[in-house]
Design a protein around this ligand. Structure first.
Ligand code: CP
Ligand code: NVA
Length: 308
């Protein structure tokens, strides 16, 4: 049994195995209705709990569909509707759920909740996003990049904007998939020092660049995310927008990156804020492949967790 909590704490060859398996499983389903089962049913008879303490469209639907395609069943639970949201401890919740279900995916605020859940659960726990990380997203992003451009090793990935949870998982992935990573954003929204130090100690080719035009030079992939994450106070919105406006991904910036650079965004996007519609809907954008690949990548993650 394996927990999937973070990319940097997961074995490098296992991560590569998941990406390759995701691609094989995706290819095998080509042209099939989304509700049709896979040829193999590795989750046959398994029950998976999907817990959400924050909103979600992609994570919720892609996990639910993925489990069903592999022959399992799901229950989607809102944290607020569980006793968890009303004082029951994480440890007790983890032990109780482990008596009913074969795997738990949780989207939560504090990373400690995820880690405590994994400590007390006797079934695999998957990180469906915390305030600090979003590893399932980055697995889908690696799969997407490699479908379009081949191996990501040695490529230049450029992040535009807030040094947030999705960026942190990119930093973790740079170490495991051997790509170079440039952070372009204001100092006030720099990524977590602990993650940066960890990446540098691991030998990641990591650069902080305040000038977006210099940052995108030679980029193979440009990535943006919302300027105000779900865990950020709405009162910080104006300040964040003011700090981040210079880092909007628009046609001029993509032109500076070069015509072969891809554009990604984990979605949901705020059109005309962190990215313009012309980029999102333009020829360099692979955002909907990226969204689709949440499904395929997570199916491989779930099989790895269960050894199935
Ligand atoms: N990218 C992502 O995790 O989307 P949702 O918030 O819709 O799940
Ligand atoms: N950084 C965003 C990602 C959403 C999928 C957030 O945490 O809200």
């Amino acid at each position: 049994m394996n927990h999937f909590l973070d990319i940097h704490t997961t074995d490098k060859s296992d991560l590569r195995g998941m990406i390759d398996q995701a691609r094989t499983m995706k290819d095998a389903r080509a042209g099939r209705p989304k509700g049709a089962p896979d040829d193999e049913l590795p989750l046959d008879g398994r029950m998976v709990a999907l817990i959400f303490e924050k909103p979600s469209t992609r994570t919720r639907v892609s996990f639910d569909v993925g489990v069903r395609q592999m022959g399992g069943q799901t229950m989607v639970l809102s944290g607020q509707d569980m006793q968890l949201g009303h004082g029951e401890t994480i440890a007790d919740t983890a032990r109780v759920l482990s008596r009913y279900v074969d795997m738990i995916m949780i989207r939560t605020f504090d990373e400690d909740v995820l880690y405590e859940m994994s400590e007390y659960a006797s079934v695999p726990v998957i990180n469906g996003l915390t305030d600090r990380t979003h590893p399932c997203q980055i697995m889908a992003d690696i799969l997407t990049f490699e479908e379009h451009r081949g191996s990501i090793a040695g490529k230049k990935v450029v992040w535009m904007g807030d040094g947030n949870n999705v960026f942190a998982s990119f930093l973790h992935a740079a170490q495991q998939f051997d790509f170079s990573l440039t952070f372009c954003g204001p100092q006030q929204l720099d990524p977590d020092r602990e993650f940066v130090d960890m990446a540098r100690e691991a030998g990641v080719d990591f650069t902080i660049q305040r000038d977006p035009w210099k940052g995108v030079d030679g980029a193979d992939l440009v990535v943006a995310d919302t300027w105000v994450s779900m865990h950020d106070a709405q009162s910080s919105r104006e300040r964040r927008h003011n700090l981040l406006r210079a880092y909007q991904v628009n046609d001029r910036l993509m032109e500076a990156a070069g015509k072969d650079a891809l554009f990604m965004h984990c979605l949901p996007a705020h059109r005309e804020e962190e990215v313009t519609s012309s980029v999102m809907d333009g020829p360099q954008s692979v955002i909907f492949d990226e969204a689709e690949n949440r499904l395929h990548a997570q199916k491989a993650v779930m099989r790895w967790c269960l050894g199935a």
